[in-house]
Design a protein around this ligand. Structure first.
Ligand code: PAF
Length: 280
């Protein structure tokens, strides 16, 4: 695996592979890699001739400087994991390399980017679109792999891909969970063992809510009440939405695909955890 810090070297390497007719798979990450990322990288390696993984903690998508400060940074371990998974190129640029000047572009794809995380973290998806559009321009991937854990992020990026006409196939990949159901996330490393065990209740309660034959509103209330009843957990929002547009739904017939998206504060610090469940 080659580790590359500069955009020009990355482009050079990829132009050469492309001229040999090789297909390019791309996995964008912010580092602190775990088994969830590894599953994306392995899938890209299986489906493409060349796999590029970016490791870049993108400052423009953090609206809370404290959140950025405490985000785990584990570059050496990340590179080891990528080698093991068979990645070909790790792209780990500096902030100056990506943003020599402040990025003043503004992206807006409502309702996908204005609800839920978009409402709670103003500017977050604008920053995600800024970095992903830059990375797609440098890498020009045939396929890009995103974890469904960030369900809303995929919906926003799909809109951006259509809007800007990127010729990339978006490949959403299933959430990887611990045996107790907790969705793997880089933020889990900020939880104590006890908090991690508590956090597993988030998915347990959402799963339970699927089999109860309740209305949309009752399902919403069931999930919020049962999670809030667990010491150490506090729901920030739980929204039951159209799986494509992310608009709220009032009945189970309202859309062909319906998903419940949740954000929960967990533990002392507290750490913000997101997850989702598919209802249909
Ligand atoms: O999902 C993430 O890790 C980030 O939002 C992404 C897509 C790498 C952009 O910084």
């Amino acid at each position: 695996m080659e580790t590359v810090n500069s955009i020009s070297l990355l482009r050079e390497l990829l132009a050469q592979r492309r001229s040999e007719g090789k297909s390019i798979g791309f996995v964008p990450t912010m580092g602190a890699l775990h088994e969830g990322h590894a599953s994306l990288v392995r899938r890209s390696v299986a489906e493409n001739d060349v796999t590029v993984v970016s490791i870049f903690l993108n400052p423009t998508q953090f609206n809370d400087p404290k959140d950025l400060e405490r985000y785990p940074r584990t570059l050496e371990a990340d590179c080891r994991l990528l080698e093991e998974c068979g990645a070909d190129i790790a792209f780990a640029p500096t902030v100056k390399e990506i943003y020599p000047e402040p990025d003043t572009r503004h992206f807006s794809y409502p309702p996908t980017d204005s609800v839920m995380e978009g409402a709670m973290r103003p500017g977050h998806f604008n920053g995600v679109c800024q970095i992903v559009s830059k990375l797609f321009t440098y890498v020009e991937p045939d396929r890009a792999y995103f974890g469904e854990k960030d369900y809303q992020q995929i919906a926003v990026i799909r809109r951006m891909v259509d809007d800007l006409g990127f010729k990339v196939e978006m490949v959403p990949c299933p959430v990887v969970r611990q045996p107790d159901g907790l969705a793997l996330s880089s933020r889990n490393s900020l939880l104590t063992d006890d908090e991690r065990r508590t956090a597993a209740n988030i998915y347990r309660v959402m799963k339970e809510s699927r089999g109860l034959g309740l209305s949309v509103q009752q399902t919403h209330d069931y999930v919020v009440e049962h999670i809030n009843a667990i010491p150490g957990l506090e729901v920030q929002y739980f929204s039951i939405v159209d799986g494509d547009t992310l608009a709220d739904v009032a009945s189970w017939d309202a859309a062909p695909s319906i998903v419940g998206c949740i954000t929960v504060f967990c533990g002392e610090k507290p750490i913000r955890l997101i997850d989702h469940i598919r209802y249909k």
